[in-house]
Design a protein around this ligand. Sequence first.
Ligand code: CP
Length: 311
Amino acid sequence: MKHLLSAADLSRDEAQLILDTAEEMRSLADRPIKKLPALRGRTVVNLFFEDSTRTRISFEAAAKRLSADVINFSAKGSSVSKGESLKDTALTLQAMGADAVVCRHGSSGAPHLLAKSGWMTGSVVNAGDGTHEHPTQALLDAFTMRRHLGSLEGRRITIVGDVLHSRVARSNVLLLSTLGAEVTVVSPPTLLPVDMSNWPCVTSYDFDSVLPKSDAVMMLRVQRERMNDAYFPSAREYSRRYGLDRYRMAQLPDDAIVLHPGPMNRGMEISAEVADSTRSVIVEQVTNGVAIRMAVLYLMLSGSNEEEQKA
Ligand code: CP
């Protein structure tokens, strides 16, 4: 695996390999010494043009636990504010010797451009591009579900909310279907993409009818910063029809779990009571994010490291 740009790039075997490798990485968290020397001498650049808490910090933790050197680049406070282009930023980082670049960008396709332009020779990981994809989020979500539900083959996963602006939804639908799950997307009509003909899932506007048939429910953040008020129902109306509160949670099967990629709008798409309940695996998703990102960086970079060590 040279790059990870889309969940669609992963075959079932490749996805299972990442999940199985993450399981080994996850077991390190319980040991007194959490570090492996696997990526010693490698440099991972976190190139973030958009804000992030979980993704940026977990990639940093993952790279450090594999003994890589980490350079954190944030567009805020950099020469991007003086008008420097993506190309010149990439060439500058390449000159400093980046083996992998973890890129978050507000424009859909920016990590693809980095990977295909030749500006950088290293691996590129998409850490969230515009409203397009967030493949490592989907991997950590699948990993978390698999730990609770076992194989995802035939499992019924419901993804609820602002699908139109959600890179998490698209990557999850693609990956979960690759892993054999049956995915239902629930959303107000105004917050669904116009054309979902190539999404391997079914859609519904009726959250209550889907709940009793769900093994896992993933609530999406309402992305007010990306939307025009004209097509957004009022917060109260949204919460009433599409929010997960304790009354709706009671309709879920007994062993069903609740996920949210974060950051949450508590009281809008999910009530605080549900977010903090025993069915919620939201904090566990964050822990698992480090293991998944370790697995991705390890599988991308360790092969070339071994070849160099042999030379
Ligand atoms: N889930 C997610 O991508 O969170 P951050 O924006 O905090 O990275």
